[in-house]
Design a protein. Structure first.
Length: 452
């Protein structure tokens, strides 16, 4: 009897953050369902311990000798630049070993856009290598033209705290200069260096983006027709394509019982993702604003996310009273379940791309308070393109919080946004169903990888 041909294997390299690990593991699941064997190659930072969902997968660790303190203390841009340099040689050894063991099986390497060392190594071995953008297509466009914007002096206002950052970026309507994916805690030079590496078109054979053409058709057209000369596959939202458990932290499910006792669309969910930090004063003003709005709220406060505090011990005494009245606070929530709950009528968010997709995917409108990078782009699109978000800018005080929450949760304006969000949710669902654009794009990608 003839041996069954081995399943073709893909090596996936996630970046070390919750917002990057989740979509990579969803992609891994989706490709496994399409018949590929999967190897996940990760570093020790934020190591993803596989749940029962991934028993069939191979997990390997890319050795490197960076201290944990670099991960904790270095700003993300500097850490990524350092990690990429550090991992290039050791990943070469890892991939070399894998090829020795199973050379006929390995079809290619898919790497997070910020783990570009993996693309360079795959190219050295002559393996197809695919960029996976866990952020959206518009942020990818911004990164692609960042060097050109700098050369044309468009970024000059970002170098000067008094610069006119409200002006529109030529060719990127409706983004303003301040909406570009930058960070207040990294120098523009370092950001330019990182972006140049993430969109190195000379290396990759194709790009997968966790988005849907119903959200970003013009950015996708630009990438497909002008920006990149390699195939681009918009296959998201991946949490709708392959739902799986990917949390790095323990989820407190008691909040679902609390939500079960609340009326429909009556609760505002407050969550700032896995990385954002706020000052104690911002936490206090948020608490007071939520209290003054008279709305019920479910608030995720991650341990360590309020600067100088372990958790909420430095918040004033009134905070406990507010929370026992109208609020519920947890350290980490089952966010997708929360957003799907009928009691949740709005989402106060930092607008990370996963949170944005999860919220739109449940038809929940948002209050947008971006912190850095692609979150600025997402917030602008939520407010001005999809018109399902209210952006809160500048210094945060209780009045600003109260006003934004009432606009979204009580006023007609919020109802209109909720209706638009529900209509967008239906479009997203259609795009991942058989015959939908993301569904077709995934099929095309699988075909592309199988024929290489
Ligand atoms: C980061 C960047 O901030 C983001 O802009 C980028 O697009 C991806 O990487 P993060 O800040 O963590 O990610 O935000 P986000 O992309 O929203 O991802 C957070 C994930 O954590 C979401 O999938 C969310 O469901 C999950 N989460 C968050 C929980 O499961 N429980 C929580 O309590 C909070």
């Amino acid at each position: 009897m003839e041996d069954k041909p081995a399943r073709r294997r893909l090596v996936l390299v996630p970046a070390s953050a919750q917002g990057h690990i989740s979509p990579m593991m969803q992609l891994a699941k989706a490709l496994h369902l399409k018949g590929f064997s999967i190897t996940i190659a990760q570093t020790k930072f934020n190591y993803f311990n596989p749940s029962d969902d991934f028993t069939d997968f191979q997990f390997i660790t890319i050795p490197e000798s960076l201290p944990e303190s670099d991960f904790e203390n270095l700003r993300p841009v500097l850490f990524l630049l350092k990690l990429n340099k550090e991992c290039q040689e050791s990943f070469k050894d890892c991939l070399g070993q894998l090829l020795l063991q199973q050379s006929n099986e390995i079809s290619g390497v898919i790497y997070d856009e910020y783990m570009y060392f993996a693309g360079a190594v795959a190219k050295e071995f002559n393996l197809p290598n695919v960029i996976f953008s866990t952020t959206n297509a518009t942020a990818f466009v911004c990164r692609s033209v960042f060097e050109e914007l700098d050369a044309n002096n468009v970024l000059a206002p970002l170098k000067d705290s008094k610069g006119k950052q409200d002006e529109l970026v030529p060719g990127l309507h409706p983004l303003r200069i301040k909406d570009l994916p930058t960070s207040k805690i990294a120098s523009l030079d370092k950001i330019l260096e990182l972006y140049k590496n993430t969109v190195d078109k000379g290396t990759a054979s194709s790009v997968i983006i966790n988005t849907s053409s119903c959200l970003e058709s013009s950015s996708l057209s630009w990438l497909q027709q002008e920006g990149l000369d390699i195939p681009v596959y918009p296959i998201g939202p991946l949490h709708m394509v392959a739902s799986t458990s990917t949390s790095l932290f323990e989820e407190n499910k008691s909040c679902i019982e609390w939500l079960n006792k609340q009326k429909q669309d009556s609760v505002i969910f407050v969550s700032l993702g896995s990385l954002a930090l706020i000052d104690i004063n911002e936490a206090i003003e948020t608490a007071l604003g939520l209290d003054n709005s008279n709305q019920h709220f479910l608030w995720v406060i991650r341990p360590g996310s309020i600067r100088g505090s372990e958790w909420i011990e430095h918040l004033p005494e009134e905070f406990s009273k507010m929370v026992s009245g109208r609020g519920y606070v947890v350290k980490w929530a089952p966010q997708k379940e929360v957003l799907a709950h009928p009691a949740v009528g709005g989402f106060w968010s930092h607008c990370g791309w996963n949170s944005t997709l999860e919220s739109i995917g449940e038809g929940v409108p948002m209050i947008c308070r971006p912190f850095s990078a692609d979150q600025n782009v997402n917030a602008r699109y939520l407010e001005c393109v999809w018109r399902i978000g209210i952006q809160v800018e500048g210094e945060l005080d209780r009045g600003v919080v109260e006003r934004a929450v009432k606009r979204l949760m009580v006023e007609e304006e919020g109802d209109e946004m909720r209706k638009r969000a529900v209509s967008l949710k239906e479009k997203l669902r259609a795009s991942v169903r058989s015959g939908g654009s993301s569904h077709n794009s995934l099929e095309e990608f699988v075909h592309f990888m199988s024929t290489l």
